[in-house]
Design a protein around this ligand. Structure first.
Ligand code: ZN
Length: 340
């Protein structure tokens, strides 16, 4: 990896992702840490070891740049700040989520369950509520800075451009080192999986539309080394972006076909689609992944509604979808996947 940049995989015990990659950038004044893992003692020890191997310690972390509000990226930030005095930054677009979860995590989670009920997935909501929730006690760290994407971080003259990449979350940010052609991609472009979409508070816009726009944006960056938050480092940014765009183009077509065939809710669509690279059936997923599947289906249906290909209606607290009125739906089949 480039001179002063170091990859530090941190364990996510029990999580399907298994690890999150933190990145350390060394400068004369100390280290910038990009993403920081869960708020577990094991994570802290792993970071301490990594910093020691680089000739520093927790006290040498000067700044913590979290790419987004999720626990595997922001989780340890508060504890690390206490130990090191480092500043913590997060994207401004994640502010509403941040504040909702730090104010009252129980209420914020209840809003997610309500969204499941609106998607006709009451059973998934009930099973999730019954599960002992490891996240229940976590309140996100309030950052010292909320970044909008206009900023540039400087490390010994090394310039890192903050790039807003909404989609996976509303406030997701990448960091781009133009001189070295390095993109710190967070969860925006991952080499082996597609990031989840739509795991947001109610009324959070159109996550898939935002994600597709952010993919087009980073595709144009002259980056030759992509440092993702999960999985191995890779080099073909445009190639991977094209795969992700194609995945969602196909998904949109599949969702449209299902609505034309009578699937009337995000849950019905999620039940009919295959999930994960192993193409698993919805019923074989655990409740948490069923929730991700329902929200992701909803994100696709929302884009189809925005494109006028399906009608979306809220009635009796359930959002339903139907072939677009106004005719010509059958002839529109296959047009759902454009990325405009
Ligand atoms: Zn992540």
């Amino acid at each position: 990896m480039a001179d002063s940049t170091f990859r530090c995989p941190l364990p996510l015990p029990g999580d399907a992702l298994r690890a999150v990659n933190a990145y350390l950038i060394r400068s004369a004044g100390g280290f910038l840490l990009i993403d920081c893992g869960w708020d577990h003692q094991e994570t802290l020890e792993r970071l301490r070891d990594a910093l020691r191997a680089l000739g520093g310690g927790l006290g040498s972390v000067r700044g913590i740049f979290a790419t987004h509000v999720h626990r595997d990226h922001l989780g340890l930030a508060g504890q690390l700040r206490d130990e090191s005095g480092a500043w913590v930054s997060l994207g401004r677009g994640d502010q509403a989520t941040l504040e909702a979860f730090s104010r009252d995590p129980g209420r914020a989670r209840a809003a997610s369950l309500e969204r499941l009920r609106q998607a006709a997935a009451d059973d998934v909501a009930s099973r999730l509520r019954q599960l002992a929730d490891d996240d229940a006690g976590w309140r996100p760290t309030l950052p010292d800075m909320l970044l909008t994407g206009e900023e540039v971080l400087l490390q010994d003259g090394r310039r890192l451009d903050v790039i807003p990449t909404p989609g996976h979350t509303r406030g997701h940010l990448c960091l781009f080192d133009r001189d070295r052609g390095i993109l710190f991609a967070g969860d925006h472009v991952l080499p082996q999986i597609t990031p989840s979409l739509g795991v947001e508070l109610p009324d959070s816009g159109s996550p898939l539309a935002a994600f597709l726009g952010s993919l087009e944006l980073v595709r144009r960056l002259p980056a030759s080394l992509i440092l993702p938050a999960h999985g191995p480092v890779f080099s073909d940014l445009a190639g991977r972006v094209d795969e992700l765009l194609e995945h969602h183009r196909v998904r949109l077509d599949e969702c449209l076909a299902l609505v034309l065939d009578g699937a009337g809710s995000a849950r019905a669509v999620a039940e009919a689609l295959p999930w994960t690279r192993r193409r698993r059936h919805f019923s074989s997923l655990d409740p948490f992944n069923q929730m991700l599947a329902v929200f992701e289906s909803e994100a696709h249906l929302l884009v189809l509604a925005e494109r006028g290909l399906v009608d979306r209606q809220l009635a009796n607290s359930v959002v339903s979808y139907a072939p677009a009125t106004g005719g010509g739906q059958a002839g529109r089949r296959g047009q759902g996947g454009g990325t405009a």
